[in-house]
Design a protein around this ligand. Structure first.
Ligand code: GLU
Length: 558
């Protein structure tokens, strides 16, 4: 690939659904390739499929790209980015441009109108299959004379426009995949404008790549064979040929596609494990639920899937950029990790930032084979980044995450409680979300906290003599007589108690305290936890806990 300042790349998502990690990596590589060579990066929204496209999806894509730190030089105007002299950047706003180019092709005899209905084409396809032939459009429309075509069009008969293919093999030269020849027999006169008046993907992409001066097309491997069609169109239109580089897909470790289906799969498994027969309140309509349970091919919409997952406490596999954001991954880690899916800078370098990627990205180091998405590695990258961040930064970023996804938490803790929780959590956090997801007990009303009765809790509370419940009962008046409630003060109070009553084994007292206030044996460090909860809440929980376990013990010994 030539290193010139006139390099222009584009990311051209179809705005249906959310930005998938695969799409994000394409955007990242397009951005890095252009920006690392003084070129321009264009964002173009390919919304010619009117049924599947939505403004909400376009906005979601823009937001996600900005979150990752990918800004476009040209494209839709969005928060100070975008604009440019080759717009509009939504294909749905470029119909006049496509129509002019279509007319050019028709006038030159390179394209023609065809009037077959979907049913007629289907019958031809079936006949070909029955006869053991591969289906190709039979060019029947070319038999119509121009008067007939004009009459059909004038009468409003639905029509598509097809490219008249030259019937020659097409050799694609790809920077990643090398050379491949697509035989003429595999390309029939494909549709370039649909009956609804919108261009097909093939046509719009070729026109826009030319008019937007795109020099390098980096896109997903699934488009590789489409490139032959694009090249035929470029030749018919007299356009330049961009350099092509098709990127390997990102898949699950078992080789399956990373798709929304994975979320439904995880939910179905959890629902079966919990033997749920009806949907938890306010998650999914009963009729949707029944249909979903009955047919494995039915998928819940993303919001419903998330509501159901939250309600039954399941972590869904992240697929889209927004999922990773919600799960508390850092954008710089996602960027770093995605870049390693299918590419590497060499020299065993694994940790880098956007700036490094910009200066080092080279498509010649992109691999041909699918990249396997290693979630454990991503999590460990995220953990490293979180634990090595300055405390103030962690607090600031965790607060932003909390405000976006856990406003109830932020309101309950207040600023000083939040600061304490952040300080107590950073060292153990793999994601920004963990300190919220793992500490739900902080939100529960004091008189509604339930105690899990697993082995650990049993051991902490009831084993030995004195047992944990006895220690709590003895400690309670000491705590009640103490006004100051900082972590340091509490430690100074409880340690001598443990020295005296539990032979210096702090755990014998700390663990029952943890169970009392958190409901189980997991919480941030205990003195921090007490301080975060505050004096009144902590004491109320300890009192209830003492009563609860004493009556449990009595019941057991009866
Ligand atoms: N709109 C296409 C997609 O979302 C991109 C096509 C291209 O990059 O040429 O898959």
């Amino acid at each position: 690939m030539s290193d010139t300042a006139s390099i222009v790349t584009r990311f051209a998502p179809s705005p249906s659904g959310n930005l998938h990690v695969g799409g994000a990596r394409t955007a990242l590589f397009c951005w890095a390739f252009a920006k690392g060579r003084g070129g321009r990066f264009v964002l173009r929204i390919e919304d010619t499929d009117q049924k599947r496209s939505s403004d909400a999806a376009s906005i979601g894509f823009a937001k996600d790209l900005h979150w990752l730190g990918i800004f476009w030089d040209e494209g839709p105007l969005w928060q100070g980015t975008g604009g440019g002299e080759h717009g509009p950047y939504f294909q749905s706003e470029r119909l006049d441009i496509y129509n002019a180019q279509l007319q050019r092709l028709i006038d030159a005899g390179h394209a023609y109108y065809a009037f077959e209905t979907a049913a007629e084409l289907d019958a031809k396809r079936k006949a070909a299959t029955a006869a053991g032939r591969a289906y190709r459009y039979d060019r029947a429309a070319l038999q119509l004379d121009s008067a007939q075509v004009s009459a059909n069009l004038a009468s409003g008969m639905p029509a598509v426009i097809r490219l008249k293919c030259p019937g020659r093999d097409v050799t694609i030269c790809d920077e990643v995949l090398g050379e491949a020849t697509i035989p003429a027999t595999e390309i029939d006169d494909f549709v370039i404008r649909k009956a609804d008046g919108f261009p097909t993907y093939h046509f719009a992409v070729v026109v826009d790549d030319e008019l937007m001066r795109i020099t390098h097309v980096l896109r997903a491997q699934e488009h590789f064979t489409n490139t032959a069609r694009h090249m035929l169109l470029q030749d018919a239109l007299g356009f330049r040929r961009p350099v092509y580089a098709h990127l390997p897909i990102i898949c699950n470790p078992d080789g399956s596609k990373m798709s929304k289906r994975d979320k439904d799969k995880a939910l179905r498994k959890a629902v079966a494990e919990r033997s749920l027969t009806s949907p938890p309140a306010a998650t999914v309509d009963a009729s949707v639920w029944n249909a979903w349970l009955a047919d494995k091919n039915i998928q819940l919409d993303l919001d419903a899937a998330q509501r159901l997952a939250d309600s039954i406490g399941v972590a869904l596999p992240e697929i889209n950029v927004d999922d990773f954001k919600r799960s508390g991954y850092l954008p710089e880690v996602i960027v770093n990790f995605l870049a390693l899916n299918g590419w590497s800078p060499g020299n065993d370098i694994e940790k880098f930032d956007l700036e490094f990627l910009r200066t080092h990205f080279d498509p010649r180091r992109v691999v041909k084979t699918p990249a396997k998405f290693d979630r454990a590695k991503l999590l460990s990258f995220n953990c490293d980044a979180i634990t090595s961040m300055p405390a103030e930064e962690f607090e600031r970023r965790a607060a932003a995450h909390g405000s976006a996804y856990h406003p109830d938490f932020m309101a309950r803790l207040g600023p000083s409680g939040f600061t304490m929780l952040a300080r107590a959590s950073q060292e153990r956090s793999k994601t920004l979300d963990e300190m919220f997801r793992g500490n739900r007990f902080l939100l529960v009303a004091d008189d509604e906290l339930c105690w899990e009765m697993g082995k650990q809790v049993q051991k902490a509370m009831l084993d030995g003599s004195p047992c944990g419940a006895d220690h709590l009962e003895a400690l309670l008046p000491i705590l009640e007589g103490h006004a100051s409630w900082s972590a340091a003060d509490l430690e100074a109070l409880v340690k001598p108690f443990a020295d005296e009553r539990a032979a210096g084994q702090l755990g014998k007292v700390a663990q029952p305290l943890r169970v009392a206030v958190a409901g189980g044996t997991v919480s941030p460090p205990i003195f921090d936890t007490l301080a975060i909860l505050g004096r009144e809440s902590s004491l109320a929980r300890i009192r209830r806990c003492v009563t609860h376990f004493k009556s449990l013990r009595e019941a057991n010994t009866r």
